[in-house]
Write a protein that binds this ligand. Structure first.
Ligand code: GLN
Length: 449
């Protein structure tokens, strides 16, 4: 009831949901749970949770923020959704996002932009901006987003939340509508580290329906969180991340945190990620190539929107895709197709795939020198709506601190640290750990939190 009330109060201003489930149905479900009584087997018993509209939900419209899927109702639940339901969660509805998760501001949605509850003239970040805004506005207690190049961590940072991008393969991608399949990873957006750990407990773990899902056991993330000293814990600060383009307020807040960590006995080391300057180009070549292939299935025949004015099959494909996809999606399909085409493949796609390996080595070397990497999440706090939306390249450049992690598959947490005195906006940091060490990341983040 409290969540529904908050939704009523805030939704018109922030536009966090694309589809909200029927109120009576939701209350009915809550009543049902009440009458059954608390079930300790269900760790999310009765907790209202929002889902980014990129996950299929049985019987609930799933749009991916796109006109091409405007009336698509899936016949099955994504694995993440199945696990949440089995854990007793109440799925409130489907949250706004950049179309097909392409963007960093939630301005590329066919259903209008989402606004940041801290300041509605600003973006909530993206692409999981609806999810972040919703949790920040207290419409729900947690949300599930996806992170292909920062889409959980950056909106979490812009909205003052905790956002977790697990190790690639930690959470099943079954029913997650693919953007860049070798990058996509689902994870929680929450108010606290403990909430994030609780959600990851539920959604992590092997799924035979996703061939890239890892067979590694899932530790109890929540149970392992304890107050411990940071004495002797080493944090690596990548020197390449503190050069041009980093906002002064963001930089100062990180320097302040570094001082506190030092006082608590942590070891702060300068490290190097020497190929950082190639990360943006590498990411965008590879992710667009994968996107162009993944989005070939939206042809007006199988799902959602179909242009009516076509005279033949080819025209039907063309017109459905022309009117169904927004500008950013079309730009990426064209660039992605280009880098995969004969004659250009070697120069772009293959090169980028090679650089991806080099970046992996950078991170492996860096993480031999420290326990965690501490980095900014975004060069600036939440920017104004419209500030970057007419310049795609400028928008891509804002992803500099988040995309590398998806290129190399490692886990990362975005953690709020303070509200900027100058901007009045939340500021955050990013903690990066070794392969499958989410439990350690939670632990150290909790002691920083
Ligand atoms: N901003 C990045 C992009 O547009 C990342 C998006 C994401 O993580 N889904 O590709």
């Amino acid at each position: 009831t409290a969540c529904l009330k908050k939704i009523e109060q805030t939704e018109k201003k922030i536009n966090a949901f694309i589809t909200l489930r029927n109120e009576e149905e939701l209350l009915e479900q809550a009543k049902q749970l009440d009458s059954e009584g608390y079930d300790p087997q269900k760790p999310l018993w009765g907790i209202p949770i929002g889902i980014k509209d990129v996950f299929t939900t049985k019987g609930i419209k799933t749009t991916c923020g796109s006109k091409i899927l405007e009336n698509f109702v899936p016949v099955y639940d994504a694995e993440v959704v199945t696990r949440l339901k089995e854990a007793g969660a109440i799925i409130l509805g489907k949250q706004n996002m950049d179309e097909f998760a392409m963007g960093s501001s939630t301005e590329n949605s066919a259903f209008g932009p989402t606004k940041n509850p801290w300041d509605i003239s600003r973006v909530p970040g993206g692409s999981s901006g609806g999810s972040a805004a919703s949790v920040a506005a207290k419409q729900c207690f947690a949300a599930i987003g996806t992170d292909t190049g920062g889409s959980i961590r950056q909106p979490a940072c812009f909205c003052g939340l905790v956002g977790v991008k697990p190790t690639y393969g930690r959470v099943s991608r079954y029913g997650l509508i693919a953007y860049g399949s070798s990058f996509d990873q689902a994870g929680p957006l929450t108010k606290t580290i403990k909430d994030a750990a609780l959600i990851l407990n539920v959604i992590a773990g092997h799924d035979p329906k996703d061939s890239t899902s890892l067979r590694a056991p899932v530790p109890d993330y929540l149970a392992q969180i304890k107050h411990t000293s940071l004495k002797g814990v080493s944090f690596g600060i990548p020197k390449e991340y503190f050069q041009k383009g980093l906002d002064q307020e963001v930089e100062n807040s990180i320097l302040k945190l570094i001082d506190i960590l030092k006082q608590e006995g942590a070891e702060i080391k300068e490290i190097s990620l020497p190929h950082t300057e190639y990360a943006i180009a590498t990411y965008y070549i590879l992710v667009m190539a994968e996107a162009s292939s993944n989005l070939a299935r939206f042809d007006g025949v199988r799902y959602g929107f179909r242009a009516k004015q076509a005279n033949n099959l080819k025209e039907m494909y063309e017109l459905s895709r022309t009117y169904g996809f927004g500008d950013e999606v079309q730009r990426r399909i064209m660039l992605g197709t280009y880098v995969l085409s004969a004659g250009y493949y070697d120069a772009y796609y293959k090169k980028a795939a090679q650089v991806r390996r080099i970046l992996r080595k950078d991170f492996d070397m860096a993480l031999q020198k420290c326990d965690y990497i501490l980095a900014p999440v975004s060069p600036t706090p939440a920017f104004k709506l419209g500030e970057h939306s007419h310049d795609p390249l400028k928008m891509y450049l804002t992803d500099i601190y988040t995309i590398s992690l998806n290129l190399v598959g490692l886990p990362g947490i975005s953690l709020p640290i303070e509200v900027g005195k100058l901007s009045g906006l939340p500021l955050g940091i990013q903690l990066i750990g070794k392969w499958l060490t989410e439990e350690k990341l939670f632990q150290v983040a909790f002691n920083i939190e």
